[in-house]
Design a protein around this ligand. Sequence first.
Ligand SMILES: NC(=O)c1ccc[n+]([C@@H]2O[C@H](COP(=O)([O-])OP(=O)(O)OC[C@H]3O[C@@H](n4cnc5c(N)ncnc54)[C@H](OP(=O)(O)O)[C@@H]3O)[C@@H](O)[C@H]2O)c1
Length: 275
Amino acid sequence: MEKKRFGNKGPLVSEIGMGTYYDVAWIILSRIGILRGKNKKIEAIKTGLRGGINLIDTAELYGSEPLVAKAVSEFNREELFISTKVWPSHLKRDALLRALDNSLKRLNMKYVDLYLIHFPNPRIPIQETMRAMEEAVANGKVLYIGLSNFNLKQIEEARNALSKHDITAVQLEYSLLNRKIEKDILPYCQKEGIALMAYYPLGHGRLAKDKRKFEPFIKKYGKSQAQIALRWLADKYYVFPIPRASNPIHIEENLNASGWKLDEADTKQLEYIFS
Ligand SMILES: NC(=O)c1ccc[n+]([C@@H]2O[C@H](COP(=O)([O-])OP(=O)(O)OC[C@H]3O[C@@H](n4cnc5c(N)ncnc54)[C@H](OP(=O)(O)O)[C@@H]3O)[C@@H](O)[C@H]2O)c1
């Protein structure tokens, strides 16, 4: 698994990450302690870790923090890059710091590498939230600050509200099926040195199911459509796809999205086919 710099402020991180959002039913059941398919999901995360993935994405919402805790328990914490997210109802200072402590408890960790605001909340001044984020950094509980589902104006407002630190990463939907961020946020992040975590990198699984549009590339590179779709993202400067990791077989496959490149003409052709 190759590593690349997580924006111009972050460390070297595996170019492919792992997401741990399962589904709404899973989240609801997890609240009453039912963790369906828990062992297989933990095994999937471990498979990725053994294969060299060190970037794991979770959120207080997902119910998957305890699974991440279990999966990483035999690995060296210092070598991992764990991101979790605070839900928009917890963006006031006290609520954010409490939510962070609760995430750390569930993760069984002293700090998270990246703490992201899951969605903006226009009812809470961004200045208050970003001050709380900086407090969390000062307390050593967060190493880097990030934003998810913010538009460009909101990203700029959040950056302006920070006094000592900057945004290290944003997390947004990005795949061959949804390239909206290429208009504004992606070039902005690449210019400003902000890492871009691409969620739904497989179009929530759709890209992995239908191989028709990938046929010529499957033949040429000897890779699957999922690997090609992930490679297309990972080839981009500062972009880190975070496909979901719940099946070890899929993770094995996704590990081989690393270590090679699509050539420029094929990248253009692929983009044309999906445009
Ligand atoms: N910030 C946000 O608001 C936000 C929103 C959505 C998601 N996310 C993050 O992004 C992550 C990824 O999103 P996602 O999981 O919804 O979408 P995704 O990664 O695009 O697609 C996941 C689906 O693809 C399947 N899959 C993965 N690798 C495959 C392979 N090699 N071959 C065939 N199928 C494969 C998965 O199956 P298996 O599970 O069976 O392996 C799952 O059904 C989430 O887990 C979460 O961490 C963030």
